[in-house]
Ligand binder design. Structure first.
Ligand code: AMP
Ligand code: MG
Length: 589
C-alpha cells in the first residue's frame, strides 16, 4: 500500500486539497483511503449517541454499523496513540492511503500553502515535504503546483508513489533545479549526516531526459515509465517435463492408456486433438494439445503393446504450466525508476517488450583542482607535486554507477582557470564533481569562485572524514565540491554523491545496504559526528579497520572492501560489538 501525505498550516487549504485529490485519484480507478489526525479537542464520538453510552459504560471496542458503512472505535490511553504505520496497517485493500496531518512522520507529503496567510512554508524545515501546492508566491526549490491544479498534483502524487504509468516527473528533460537549490536555512551550522541526506533528497529531481531504447541495449538504463507485459508468460499452457499427456478425467482404474499417434514438442505442436482415453508423447515446453490437462514423467511410465502404463496415480494438472502462471499480459512487470539488469532484460523480452522508455544516461563531469596536482604518467616531477588520484577514481566510480563520465581535467588554483573549466563544461554535463579547494582557506578557490558566481552553500556536515561539502549551481548545473583528500573525497562521493546522482538520474534515492557484524577492533568515539572507517571482513566473519585513520592514506582505501559506519553519538566499541558494515559493493563499486 502506498502512503502519501497532505500537510500545511491551518487554513492553508489542506482539507480542500485532500478532498480534490481523493476525488481525482479515485476517479482514475485507484482505491483511495485516508487517515486524518484529530487534535485533543476533537473526538470521534459524541455525547448523547448510543455508542457514546456503550463506551461510557466501559466497552473497550464499539462497532457502529449501518447499511451504508461501519466503524470500529477502540479506547486507548492518551499516551498510547497508535503510530501512523500501525494505523496504515489497519487499512485494507487500498492502492493509496492519503494522510492529512502527521506532519512529522517520514512519508512524503505535499504542502498546501497560501502565501497570503503570512507564514513561511513548512517545507523549509521539513524534509519530508517534497512538493508544494500553493496560492501566491513561494521561494523554495521544490516541485511547485497551483493549489487548484488538482490534475497536476494528482499526476505528481501518483508518479511519486509509483502508481502512474506516465513519466516520473513533469520536469523531465529540462534542467529544473533552481539556483538556490542548495541553500540552507539561516543559522544552520553543523548539519548531521541524516539531515544533509534528507535535504539533498528533498531538493533534487530527475534532470535526465527520456528516450526509447531497444531492450537489448538497455542494460544499466533507468526506466522512465512502468512497463506492461505485452504477452503472458507462458502464453499458453505447456508441459514442464518430458513425458506423456492425457485428460485426467479419462484415466481408467488400471492406469493404462492407449498411446496416441503423433507428439508435441517445443516449437512443433501436436496436430489435432488427443482422443479421449489416449496419452500422447509430449516434451518439455511443448504446448498441451487439446484433450490434455495432465502430464506424467516419462520415468514414471512403461510402454508395451502400444499402451502407456502409469506406475502411480497422478494429480490433476501435474507437470503442466498454466497459461500466464508466471506473468499475465497487461500486468506491470517493472516500475519506473528501476535500473535494468541482465535479468530484467530477460523478463522484458519474455513478455514481448522489444523497447522501453528510459532516461538518458546522466553525464557527469569530474574536475580536479590544486596547484600541486599533476596527471598520472607525468615525468617532470618536483617534490611538491602530487599525482591526481581523485580523477581516475571518480571517473571510474561514475562509470560503475552507469553514468557517462566526462573528464574536465585538472585546473590550477586560480579563479580564472576554474571558472573557464566550469563554463566550458556546464552545458555539456548534467552534474559536476570537483575535488580539492572546497574549504574556506586562501587557496580554496573552488569555494571562492562558487561563492561569488555560483550560489555556493558550504554544508558543514558532521562527518569524518570530510570537510565542508561545497554545493552550488553553475549555469543551472549542480556542482558537488568534494574535499581534496582522496579518502574524504571517496567517502563524500559514496555517502552524498551516489544518492544525489541517482535522484538526478531518475532512479530515486539509493541507500546502501548495511550489515551489522562483530567488530575485530576497539575504538572510543566522541559524540557529535558520524565516522566512516576503511574496513574489510576477516576470515572469521569479523570486520577489521585500517590501522590508521589518517585521511591522506590512500593505501587504506584500496586495502579496504568497504566502510564501517559509526553513529553520530559517542561510542566505546569493544571487540565483538556489532557495528554497521557497508561493503563497497553496497555503493555500486
Ligand atoms: P584541498 O582540499 O585542496 O585542501 O586538498 C587536501 C589534500 O588533498 C591536499 O593534501 C591535496 O594535495 C590533496 N589532494 C587534493 N586533490 C587531490 C587529488 N586530485 N589527488 C590526490 N590528492 C589530492
Ligand atoms: Mg587544494
Amino acid at each position: 500500500m502506498k502512503v502519501f501525505g497532505v500537510t500545511g498550516w491551518k487554513n492553508g487549504g489542506k482539507t480542500g486539497l485532500m478532498e480534490r485529490l481523493v476525488s481525482e485519484i479515485s476517479g482514475r480507478g485507484f482505491i483511495v483511503s485516508t487517515i486524518k489526525h484529530a487534535h485533543h479537542s476533537a473526538d470521534i464520538d459524541h455525547e448523547g449517541t448510543d455508542t457514546h453510552r456503550h463506551r461510557l459504560a466501559g466497552a473497550r471496542q464499539v462497532i457502529l454499523s449501518s447499511p451504508q458503512r461501519w466503524a470500529k472505535m477502540t479506547e486507548i490511553d492518551a499516551d498510547q496513540e497508535p503510530s501512523l504505520e500501525a494505523l496504515v496497517a489497519r487499512i485494507e485493500g487500498a492502492d493509496l492511503v492519503l494522510v492529512e496531518g502527521y506532519k512529522s512522520a517520514s512519508h512524503p507529503k505535499v504542502e498546501a500553502f497560501r502565501s497570503a496567510n503570512g507564514h513561511q512554508p513548512l517545507a523549509i524545515r521539513n524534509a519530508s515535504i517534497v512538493a508544494i501546492a500553493a496560492k501566491g508566491d513561494v521561494e523554495i526549490n521544490l516541485p511547485l503546483f497551483d493549489l487548484d491544479d488538482t490534475n497536476a498534483v494528482a499526476d505528481y502524487v501518483l508518479a511519486q508513489v509509483g502508481l502512474s504509468k506516465g513519466p516520473v516527473q513533469a520536469n523531465v528533460g529540462t534542467k529544473k533545479l533552481k539556483n538556490d537549490c542548495f541553500a540552507l536555512p539561516q543559522g544552520v551550522d553543523w548539519v548531521p549526516v541524516d539531515e544533509a541526506l534528507a535535504r539533498l533528497k528533498s531538493r533534487l529531481v530527475p534532470v535526465a531526459s527520456v528516450e526509447t531504447i531497444a531492450t537489448r541495449d538497455a542494460n544499466g538504463r533507468i526506466l522512465a515509465q512502468s512497463v506492461e507485459a505485452k504477452r503472458s508468460n507462458p502464453p499458453v499452457a505447456n508441459s514442464a517435463v518430458d513425458g506423456y499427456g492425457f485428460a485426467f478425467d479419462t484415466l481408467p482404474q488400471d492406469l493404462s492408456l492407449e498411446l496416441a499417434q503423433g507428439r508435441s514438442a517445443a516449437g512443433d505442436p501436436f496436430k489435432g486433438q488427443v482422443p479421449l482415453g489416449q496419452a500422447a508423447r509430449i516434451l518439455t515446453g511443448a504446448i498441451l494439445p487439446s484433450g490434455v490437462d495432465t502430464v506424467v514423467l516419462q520415468e514414471e511410465v512403461t510402454l508395451s503393446d502400444g499402451r502407456v502404463h502409469l506406475s502411480g496415480a497422478p494429480k490433476r494438472g501435474s507437470n503442466t504450466r498454466k497459461a500466464g502462471e508466471d506473468v499475465i499480459a497487461g500486468s506491470d512487470v517493472l516500475q519506473s525508476g528501476q535500473k535494468l539488469r541482465p535479468v530484467d532484460l530477460a523478463l522484458l523480452t519474455a513478455v514481448g517488450v522489444p523497447s522501453v522508455q528510459a532516461f538518458t544516461r546522466l553525464r557527469i563531469g569530474v574536475l580536479s583542482t590544486g596547484d600541486e596536482l599533476v596527471d598520472a604518467g607525468a615525468t617532470e616531477l618536483s617534490d611538491h607535486n602530487t599525482f591526481d588520484a581523485n580523477r581516475p577514481m571518480l571517473l571510474s566510480l561514475i562509470e560503475s554507477w552507469g553514468y557517462q563520465p566526462v573528464d574536465m581535467g585538472l585546473a590550477p588554483d586560480t579563479p580564472q582557470a576554474i571558472e573557464q573549466r566550469l563554463n566550458a563544461f556546464s552545458d555539456k554535463v548534467d552534474a559536476i564533481l570537483t575535488s580539492g579547494g572546497a574549504s574556506a582557506g586562501d587557496e580554496d578557490h573552488i569555494s571562492q569562485i562558487l561563492r561569488t558566481k555560483g550560489d555556493l552553500t558550504s554544508w558543514r556536515i558532521a562527518v569524518k572524514p570530510g570537510r565542508p561539502l561545497a554545493l552550488a549551481m553553475w549555469n543551472g548545473t549542480p556542482v558537488f565540491g568534494l574535499p581534496g583528500n582522496p579518502v574524504a573525497a571517496l567517502v563524500c562521493a559514496l555517502i552524498f554523491g551516489r544518492p544525489a546522482l541517482s535522484l538526478l538520474a531518475g532512479s530515486g534515492w539509493k541507500e546502501p545496504q548495511g550489515f551489522m557484524v562483530p567488530a575485530a577492533f576497539t575504538k572510543s568515539k566522541k559524540h557529535g559526528r558520524r565516522e566512516y572507517l576503511r574496513a574489510r571482513m576477516n576470515q572469521s566473519g569479523h570486520v577489521e579497520v585500517f590501522q590508521s585513520e589518517g585521511s591522506g592514506r590512500i593505501s587504506g582505501l584500496s586495502w579496504a572492501d568497504g566502510l564501517v559506519e559509526l553513529p553520530d553519538e559517542g561510542a566505546e566499541i569493544r571487540a565483538g560489538d556489532l557495528v554497521r558494515y557497508l561493503p563497497y559493493s553496497s555503493f555500486g563499486l
